[in-house]
Design a protein around this ligand. Structure first.
Ligand SMILES: Cc1cc2nc3c(=O)[nH]c(=O)nc-3n(C[C@H](O)[C@H](O)[C@H](O)COP(=O)(O)O)c2cc1C
Length: 265
């Protein structure tokens, strides 16, 4: 195990020590709309609370939202945002890492970890190489599942829905915010294609470095964002004896109301 990983692993408290108290929803925060931006410079990003920046009262804004699985709010956005905020705030590595599941052109599932870059009522955004295996899968079947697992919080959050492309302007903006070496890496990596050895990868990186010299590195045309539209959101909170709480929210389209269903664990 690498030294850093070992240090991180041994430094972690037991998750039971960090497990949050059983949640209950405050009616005044249930209607709160958050926009969560995981940022571009790594895992711990910014959280912008649109309601707070508009007209929300100070007392409601400063109270941490809590949620009740037996009395779920009509709209799950505030709940989602609160869970992302809790995960980001606890100091764990890559709290925005999610397992992204897609269906390959031949109908078989495939999965991998990517990073959530933003979340809001308009969807969950991640960035990748659109010619990769996942990119080809999404071209054939534009539907994805994103699963987050925060072990120290004993929580799982699953977001499902059809997938849209993030437009070029937004993809350009995000790409421009990345470190230069990552920008060059995006040109160097033929993601998901066979690579004969490390030298081939390093050579591709050096070739891209030479190509762009000291100039700006544009976004490769095959690299960009995807947005998972919010059609299903499942909250899972672990409890003792495997008596976990689960709620699945579903809706038919962006304009439809959410329907919440409590599920056996
Ligand atoms: C913590 C973590 C974060 C990652 N984030 C991304 C990401 O945001 N975008 C991406 O394309 N790959 C990311 N990767 C690499 C992917 O897991 C995967 O190897 C790559 O996207 C190719 O997947 P595919 O061949 O299934 O398309 C990440 C891997 C890890 C472990």
């Amino acid at each position: 195990m690498p030294r850093d990983a070992l240090t991180a692993a041994t430094a972690w408290p037991q998750r039971s020590a960090l497990r949050p108290p059983l949640p209950t929803l405050r009616p005044d925060t249930a209607r709160t709309i958050f926009y969560h931006d995981a940022g571009s410079a790594g895992c711990n990003g910014n959280v912008t609370d649109l309601w707070n920046s508009a007209s929300m009262s100070t007392s409601a804004a400063s109270a941490p939202p809590t949620f009740d699985f037996d009395d779920p709010p009509e709209d799950p956005m505030a709940w989602c945002a609160a869970w992302f905020t809790a995960a980001d705030g606890i100091g764990m590595p890559n709290p925005n890492a999610m397992c992204l599941s897609t269906v390959d052109p031949d109908g078989r599932p495939s999965a991998r970890i990517v990073l959530r870059k933003s979340f809001g009522p308009e969807g969950l955004v991640f960035f990748t190489n659109r010619e990769s295996r996942k990119g080809r899968a999404l071209a054939a079947h534009p539907f994805a599942v994103a699963s987050f697992h925060w072990d120290v919080l004993d929580r799982q959050l699953i977001i499902e829905g059809p997938v849209d492309l993030v437009d070029d302007a937004a993809s350009d903006t995000y790409f421009a915010s990345r470190p230069r070496a990552s920008q060059i890496g995006a040109w160097a990596s033929r993601q998901s294609e066979p690579c004969s050895n490390r030298a081939e990868l390093d050579g591709a990186f050096r070739a891209a470095e030479t190509r762009f010299g000291d100039g700006p590195v544009p976004r490769p045309p095959h690299w960009g964002g995807y947005r998972i539209l919010l059609r299903s959101i499942t909250f899972w909170q672990g409890h003792i004896f495997r008596l976990h709480d689960r709620i699945r929210y579903e809706r038919a389209d962006d304009a439809a109301p959410w329907r919440a269903t409590r599920l056996f664990p």
